[in-house]
Design a binder for this molecule. Structure first.
Ligand SMILES: Cc1ncc(COP(=O)(O)O)c(C=O)c1O
Length: 389
């Protein structure tokens, strides 16, 4: 029998995050601080709208781009929160999570050999989706000394005549870094000069703890060069509803919609009705959850620093990214030893790109009680390490 598989997919490694969680799920008494998923339930008024839509028999496909009412609410939300205006008729589509939007944006825009600049450490899907779309991923290393922001110099260093797209992954998973308006202005200037496009993954936009989130799409000249990606998973604790969206210039969106039409048809109907409610009446929930994450963020950073970790203070998302360089172990070895000896699961920084070596990602989408229990174990682990030195 000949090889049934595509060479392209075979060479793509599975996500480094999952490896640990397969071990954790089998380990009794383990505490996981690994998963990037809110620990809150979806607020009841949002769930009720989903249930209500089912009771009403709204169990059919919607139009490919999504319900009109939802697209209108998305536009209202983006205008009201981030001062960027989109036309719901041809610049907005509803997707199966931000995940689908990332994939189809790359597929709609890349020709074979086009280069995609991917700031790293960052979310695990950008590189494989670029490769699957025929593009060439080019890493742009984010560094702690720059507060893990993308700087002008770092960007200019990696631009070649083949560069087509810059991915902007802020607020960032795993570092928790954000880009302020001045940072974005510098990047926007280069994007325009070098005639690039931006895929801006703003899935953590509501989880910004100092100041407010800024989108590059709101800067002059940028809307026509940007695919803005967002979703409901993180802001409204709706990961399982699988709902996101993309906003883009009509010429790009039209092609993205074709891929979506043939591969997906439409995003889940029940989830779309629930999402309308989230956007109309969910601000207080977002604020409440943000407040809880912020409390945990401050608690965790302080506790880790008190224990002796060098720990950058994250400004967004729900992760901290402490350095473990002083312990003389690789991220993988440290995370595995911590899991084996103290049954605490965290993610090695290398799961988010090679430049994550020397760091761990710890999620604080867990209750303070769980965080405290895990920290006691981490402290014991460090004491054992120090005693061995
Ligand atoms: C930075 C980032 N983008 C996109 C996603 C995808 O989220 P979803 O497909 O649930 O919207 C995630 C999920 O963890 C993420 O961390």
């Amino acid at each position: 029998m000949r090889n049934p598989l595509s060479d392209l997919i075979v060479q793509i490694p599975p996500s480094g995050i999952r490896k640990f969680f397969d071990i954790v799920s089998e380990m009794e008494g383990a505490i996981s601080l690994g998963v990037g998923e809110p620990d809150f339930d979806t607020p009841w008024h949002i769930r009720d709208e989903g249930i209500h839509s089912l009771k009403k028999g709204r169990t059919f496909y919607t139009s490919n781009a999504g319900l009109k009412e939802l697209k209108i609410e998305i536009c209202r939300y983006l205008e009201r929160r981030f001062h960027v205006n989109y036309d719901y008729t041809d610049e907005v589509m509803v997707t199966v999570g931000g995940s689908e939007a990332i994939d189809i944006a790359l597929r709609a825009m890349l020709n074979p050999g086009d280069e995609v600049l991917i700031p790293q450490p960052s979310y695990v899907s950008y590189v494989p989706c670029t490769v699957l779309a025929g593009g060439v991923p080019v890493e742009v290393q984010l560094e702690e000394k720059d507060r893990f922001r993308l700087t002008k110099d770092k960007l200019l260093e990696k631009i070649t005549p083949k560069t087509k797209i810059l991915i902007l992954p802020f607020p960032n998973n795993p570092t928790g870094s954000i880009m302020e308006e001045e940072d974005l202005r510098e990047i926007a200037k280069i994007v325009e000069e070098k005639d690039l496009f931006v895929i801006s993954d703003e899935i953590y936009c509501e989880l910004t703890y100092k100041g407010k989130h800024n989108t590059i799409a709101a800067l002059p000249g940028m809307k026509e060069r940007t695919v803005l990606i967002n979703g409901f998973s993180k802001s409204y604790a709706m990961t399982g509803w699988r709902l996101g969206y993309a906003c883009a210039p009509a010429v790009i969106l039209k092609q993205m919609l074709k891929i979506h039409q043939y591969a997906i048809m439409c995003a889940p109907t029940t989830s779309q009705y629930a999402a309308i409610e989230a956007l109309r009446n969910g601000d207080e929930d977002v604020e409440r959850m943000r407040g809880a994450y912020d409390e945990r963020r401050r608690f965790l950073v302080k506790a880790l620093r008190d224990m002796g970790f060098d720990c950058y203070e994250p400004q967004g998302a729900f992760y901290v990214f402490p350095s473990i360089k002083r312990f003389g172990m690789s991220s993988d070895a440290f995370a595995l030893k911590l899991l084996e000896e103290e049954k605490v699961a965290v993610v090695p920084g290398t799961a988010f790109g090679d430049c994550g070596e020397g760091y761990l990602r710890i999620s604080y989408a867990y209750s303070l009680k769980d965080l405290k229990r895990a920290l006691e174990r981490i402290e014991r682990f460090l004491k054992k390490l120090d005693a061995k030195e």
